[in-house]
Design a binder for this molecule. Structure first.
Ligand code: SF4
Ligand code: SF4
Length: 167
C-alpha cells in the first residue's frame, strides 16, 4: 500500500460529506453503479449524496468507484505527493479538520439549531444561512460568535489545506 492511499484511508473527508456534498455520475456509468448502490436520478442525470453509503474506513467499491471519485485528488493529497507536505503534517491537518467538525456539531446541539440537510457539507451551507438570520434578528449570543469562529476556521482549512471552496 502506498503512502497516498494510507493518507486517504486515514482521512475519508471527501467521502463522508465533509468536503463534498454529492458525487455527480456520468450517464454511461449509471447502469452498473445502480446495481451496487442507491442513485438519485434527475432526468437521466445521476448523483448520490454524501455521506457515501459505500464508505466504511475506505471505499468498499474501490475498483468500481465512480469516475468523479477516481479522478479526485484534494489539495492536501497533491501537496503530499509533490513533497510539499510531510506525512505527519498531512495527518495532523486531517485530525484538526475532524476535531473542528466535532466541535461545530456539539455547538449546533447546544444551541438547539436544527439542520435538515443530509451531508455535513450541505449542513454547513444551511448553518451559514441560519447564523445570518439569527444575526439579523439581533439575537446573536457569545455561543453563536464561537460557532461562527469555528465555522470560519473550518472554511479556512478546507480552502487553504484541501483546496476546496468554502461552504
Ligand atoms: S480528502 Fe483528500 S486525503 Fe482525504 S480521502 Fe479525500 S483525497 Fe484523500
Ligand atoms: S464510491 Fe467510494 S470513493 Fe466514491 S464517495 Fe463512495 S466511498 Fe468515496
Amino acid at each position: 500500500m502506498n503512502d497516498s492511499l494510507n493518507i486517504c484511508l486515514s482521512c475519508g473527508l471527501c467521502c463522508d460529506g465533509t468536503l463534498i456534498g454529492h458525487v455527480q455520475l456520468n450517464r454511461e456509468e449509471i447502469p452498473a453503479l445502480r446495481k451496487i448502490m442507491d442513485i438519485e436520478d434527475e432526468s437521466g442525470n445521476g448523483f448520490f449524496l454524501h455521506p457515501c453509503s459505500k464508505y466504511c474506513d475506505g471505499c468498499t467499491i474501490y475498483s468500481q468507484r465512480p469516475k468523479q471519485c477516481a479522478s479526485f485528488n484534494c489539495g492536501l493529497l497533491t501537496s503530499y505527493e509533490q513533497k510539499e507536505l510531510g506525512f505527519d503534517s498531512a495527518i495532523e491537518i486531517i485530525d484538526r479538520t475532524r476535531q473542528k467538525k466535532i466541535a461545530i456539531g456539539k455547538k449546533i446541539v447546544a444551541l438547539n439549531i436544527t439542520l435538515k440537510s443530509q451531508s455535513f457539507y450541505f449542513k454547513m451551507v444551511e448553518l451559514k444561512k441560519v447564523l445570518q438570520k439569527i444575526k439579523s434578528e439581533s439575537s446573536f449570543t457569545q455561543k453563536h460568535i464561537e460557532l461562527t469562529a469555528d465555522l470560519k476556521e473550518l472554511d479556512g482549512l478546507l480552502t487553504n489545506s484541501f483546496g476546496i471552496s468554502s461552504y
